[in-house]
Design a protein around this ligand. Sequence first.
Ligand code: AMP
Length: 188
Amino acid sequence: MPLDVVILGPPGAGKGTQAERIAAEAGIPHINTGAILRAERDAGTELGRAVEAVLARGDLVSDEIVIAVVRDRLAEDDTARGFVLEGFPRTLPQAEALDAMLATLDRELSVVLEFQISEALAFERLLKRGRKDDTPETIRHRIEVQRVPEELVEYYRARGILVGIHADRTIDEVFAEVEDVLETAAAR
Ligand code: AMP
């Protein structure tokens, strides 16, 4: 059975770092919608130009666009044994679209990891990490815009596939917890 994993959580929770480790260990791709969109923008593709202004503002790209991006990416062969999806879904329609895509492949999500961290710590970490265009103001905006909507959490909780991860600890500690959760999920 494929290992199909979604990681939810605020910026600064360490999702990318953990997604990389999961992907490397399981031999499945790490798919990050933000990274895909930034690469499209940098390459100046039609899609990149369409989302450029939205990315610059730090707002959300439309469901339609980002759903199409994920649909295309999941159609690639390297996802046959699973994937770690980061940055998507961010809305309920995106979550429903993902389920529909997986259903056509006769698959369903294995587990949804919700990385939990206080906004104060997220803010502190992002300030330290300091991407070049980050200011305290843009960081606050990102935390605000990227807060995981409660209806999304509820959607997965109701399905019994949501697992909270204590993301306020060291990378190794968080990964140990993640591995336990994935083992349990794989055994189901
Ligand atoms: P991130 O790297 O996750 O912070 O994503 C960077 C930017 O890409 C976000 O600020 C959004 O504009 C856009 N983006 C990435 N994933 C999504 C998504 N699932 N829905 C809408 N916009 C997204």
